[in-house]
Design a protein around this ligand. Structure first.
Ligand code: CUA
Length: 345
């Protein structure tokens, strides 16, 4: 248990490095805690075994080494020792049992997604279809009928069920402080659940090498209080893309958007088209996002940069080359429009 305290101390130290540091070693929810417990338990058992075996090994090597004047000495030859054999069979069995009982128990708990599999979902069950794409993430809330991307908003203290799929190729979903990893495959749906204990923004990653921008395929999980979550879903449901813009420039941006961007990007948070038709990130609440393109802070300068040179910011993304003929005025107008797309507070 010295090791356990050492790891905990390390975790605390790293945790002190700043609130942005997020790790499997600092679990922030039930699933992550279970995974962390198993990690500690199996590491402790392995270290214990290594220490004991190494100690016996050193003892034997030293004690039974060839001594001076014994060059031709042959020690007593032993064949079979029931006591020893029983000991070294029973100890591993016990160790494996100690490891197996919590592992099996937790595996069943983690695999329990029954509430999400009901034909008709209960009203307050939160089920999100997570769709991984080159190189972004879509989150479609089944009960709430909301489609959003890049930022997954969830309430604290509640189980959130995820149906995960890769829309193009294989990716993998991981939020180190909360849960994962799990593959998102194009040909089957993987299911899991997660829960966040505390409000906060948790970093999520793609953890399956999927192309030049794999490392940039990030997302955020925003955990808010249940009340704030209710308010968020209500305000998202008002975003149909027809709401008024704040300025003449934003209005101009809206017109450009309706001509050039709407073919791929929806600004209706209730986008009812089938998943396959939603080929680009839904931008209904783009102004609320933490990041532009999942990589840099969401501000005016970065949005403009993204519109001018998507390939430079995120190599291999599908927006590249779609439109490179925007004038500076058009970029400014689009930026004003996009940053104004927000869910009401
Ligand atoms: Cu998607 Cu790596």
């Amino acid at each position: 248990w010295r090791l356990v305290s050492l790891v905990s101390l390390l975790a605390l130290l790293l945790g002190g490095c700043g609130k942005d540091f997020q790790s499997t070693l600092i679990p922030q929810g039930e699933v992550a805690k279970m995974q962390y417990d198993l990690l500690l338990l199996s590491t402790a058992i392995m270290v214990l075994v290594v220490l004991v075996v190494t100690a016996i090994f050193i003892y034997v090597v030293v004690k039974f080494r060839q001594k001076k004047g014994q060059e031709n000495y042959i020690p007593k030859q032993v064949e079979g020792n029931h006591k020893l054999e029983i000991i070294w069979t029973v100890i591993p069995i016990l160790l494996l049992l100690v490891l197996a009982v919590p592992t099996v128990t937790y595996t069943f708990k983690l695999a329990d997604v029954k509430p999400a599999q009901k034909q008709k979902l209960d009203k307050d069950t939160i089920v999100i279809d997570v769709s991984a794409r080159l190189y972004w993430w879509e989150f479609a809330y089944k009960n709430e009928k909301i489609v959003t991307s890049q930022d997954m908003v969830i309430p604290t203290g509640k189980k959130v069920y995820l149906n995960l799929k890769g829309a193009d190729i294989k990716h993998a979903f991981w939020v180190p402080s909360l849960a994962g990893k799990i593959d998102t495959n194009p040909d089957n749906v993987n299911m899991m659940w997660l829960k966040a204990d505390n409000p906060g923004t948790y970093n999520g990653f793609c953890t399956e090498l999927c192309g030049p921008s794999h490392a940039l395929m990030q997302f955020k999980v925003k955990a808010v209080s249940p009340e704030e979550y209710e308010a968020w879903t209500a305000s998202m449901n008002k975003l149909d893309g027809k709401q008024e813009t704040a300025s003449a420039q934003a209005e101009e941006g809206k017109e450009i958007f309706q001509k050039s961007c709407i073919g791929c990007h929806a600004v209706d948070a209730n986008d009812a088209r089938p998943a396959a038709a939603r080929i680009a990130p839904n931008l209904a609440n783009f102004g609320d996002r933490e990041l532009v393109a999942g990589i840099v802070e969401n501000n005016e300068e970065n949005v403009k940069q993204w519109l001018k040179d998507p390939e430079g910011m995120k190599p291999g993304n599908l927006m590249t080359g779609k439109y490179g003929n925007l004038t500076d005025e058009q970029v400014d107008a689009l930026t004003a429009y996009l940053l104004g797309l927000k869910a009401e507070k």
